[in-house]
Design a protein around this ligand. Structure first.
Ligand SMILES: NC(=O)c1ccc[n+]([C@@H]2O[C@H](COP(=O)([O-])OP(=O)(O)OC[C@H]3O[C@@H](n4cnc5c(N)ncnc54)[C@H](OP(=O)(O)O)[C@@H]3O)[C@@H](O)[C@H]2O)c1
Length: 462
């Protein structure tokens, strides 16, 4: 795949929601030691993807800008790096990358050998791509933190488990896995999903908008041995009276209040505890989940499917927080991968991406130009922003591109792309030159435009 470009969706800084995603063409990544290159068929989104974009894990994630988000992928192996023994080209697999690297919103992605597992023909790409973060989190919370044996072989009395937000990505797997572990499951969800959550196997279902639901009260009066807490913002005072003597709340999204409760309960040797859960993904557990799906013991429920070209819709849907099951992106395999003009290989992930844009821009390849039809909405919006040339525009750009060291590094590269692309677009409009002329050497008027428009970000629209 050396020297080919792929369609990808990137963001160049924190914030901006779906509008912060840009469609670009970047080089297909190269698998290094113990890595595989996958041609992607499906990617699933998780709330953490847009939370990282929002800056919730700043400054740790993402590692650098621009960043291709998305970690949970299914596809076909096209190339293996040195040291990979378990896979070969043509194998169908499912994998998770990590939040620092992402890479899922693209036509190709590199994954680590140890976090990649085979996907049998019985499991579709979409079903498989939904599994990694959501399924593994449910698995980890139940097996490690709540002490459930998923083969139902646990000793002692049946455990009572409460699962909040049971209709969501993690929750819908947690209900099914808890039932495999022979637990009694109480679940919360919205009224519209009560039948759905019952169909997953929940014994009791509470509408979280009713008083009993908000109080998390089991209709049969059960006290919970463990709560797989997939919802947010429920105070300890609501959990506490519903817990068994040594009941635990396993909080997937602990805020400052939850961290404080965690510390206090630990320091006071309380039997009732709140424990933050942080996923530590393991290939063998992913393999186990894939096998459960193959055997029909675990099902993936898909909220909606979106094409890569509509990544913004999937992103907005996830931010909205009302998915039933998982949000999946299906990748349309491109027909013609376009070779770059240079064999010079970029060095790493995001830098590769930017350098490719810059490189193509400098050489004015026809591939670097958005087609006339692709200039429409996105570029019109950009032109509008650029034309304002106001302080607020600069401030917006500053916020998006200057707020971290990585961003500053990326910015110089982005600015080159940006100045040339943006100025060309602006000047094309001003001087009524045709759009196709904009890769010609800049005239004096272009140089003036350059100065006026530096800082805005212009994507290659596809
Ligand atoms: N710690 C970790 O390692 C880890 C790993 C994975 C996920 N997480 C976190 O876990 C949380 C859940 O993730 P997810 O992928 O399952 O999210 P999700 O799919 O976006 O969850 C959406 C679902 O939650 C329901 N919901 C929202 N608020 C609720 C409430 N108060 N009570 C009951 N149901 C509620 C919604 O129902 P309605 O539409 O009816 O409102 C919707 O069906 C997220 O905050 C995520 O970031 C953490």
């Amino acid at each position: 795949m050396a020297g080919t470009l792929m369609h990808a969706v990137q963001y160049f800084g924190y914030g901006g929601g779906p509008a912060g995603l840009k469609h670009v063409e970047v080089p297909v990544p190269i698998p290094k030691k113990d890595e595989l290159l996958l041609k992607l068929e499906a990617t699933s989104l998780n709330p953490i993807d847009w939370k990282i974009h929002k800056g919730v894990l700043r400054p740790f994630y993402p590692r650098r800008f621009p960043h291709i988000p998305g970690t949970d992928v299914a596809g076909e192996v096209v190339e293996v790096g040195p040291g990979v023994k378990s896979f070969k080209a043509g194998d169908k697999v499912v994998a998770t990358t990590n939040h620092a690297d992402g890479g899922g919103l693209a036509e190709f992605a590199v994954t680590k050998d140890r976090l990649t597992v085979s996907r049998p023909a019985e499991v579709s790409a979409a079903e498989a791509a939904a599994l990694p973060v959501a399924g593994l989190t449910a698995h980890q919370a139940l097996t490690q933190a709540a002490g459930i044996n998923l083969d139902g072989s646990g000793h002692g009395p049946q455990k009572n488990i409460l699962i909040t937000a049971a209709s969501g990505g993690v929750g819908h797997y947690a209900v099914q896995l808890a039932k495999l572990g022979n637990a009694h499951v109480t679940a919360t969800c919205g009224a519209r999903n009560i039948d759905f959550v019952k169909s997953l196997g929940a014994d009791e279902v509470l509408d979280y908008k009713t008083p009993d639901g908000a109080a998390l009260k089991s209709p049969s009066g059960k006290k919970y041995d463990a709560v797989i807490h997939c919802a947010r913002d429920i105070p300890w005072s609501t959990f506490e009276p519903n817990l068994s003597a040594d009941g635990k709340v396993l909080d997937l999204t602990p805020g400052p209040g939850a961290i404080m409760t965690f510390a206090v309960k630990k320091l006071t040797f309380s039997k009732k505890q709140l424990l933050p859960v942080l996923l530590s993904a393991k290939g063998e557990n992913l393999d186990y989940l894939v096998k459960l799906v193959k055997e029909g013991k675990l099902k993936t429920v898909i909220d909606s499917k979106h094409s890569l070209s509509k990544a913004e819709d999937a992103w907005a849907k996830s931010i909205d927080g009302h998915a039933t099951g998982k949000i999946i992106k299906i990748h349309q395999i491109r027909r013609n991968a376009r070779p770059t003009r240079s064999d010079k290989r970029p060095t790493s992930g995001a830098r590769r991406s930017t350098s490719a844009l810059v490189h193509r821009d400098r050489r004015s390849t026809s591939a670097a130009r958005p087609s006339r039809s692709s200039i429409d909405d996105h570029d019109r919006r950009t032109i509008a922003i650029v034309n304002r040339r106001s302080r607020s525009t600069n401030a917006l750009v500053d916020r998006r591109t200057r707020s971290s060291i990585d961003e500053r590094r990326a910015r110089s590269s982005i600015a080159i792309v940006d100045r040339r692309e943006t100025s060309a677009l602006v000047c094309a409009r001003r001087s009524r030159r045709s759009i196709d002329d904009r890769d010609r050497p800049p005239r004096r008027s272009s140089a003036r435009c350059d100065r006026q428009t530096s800082g805005a970000i212009v994507p290659l629209s596809l």
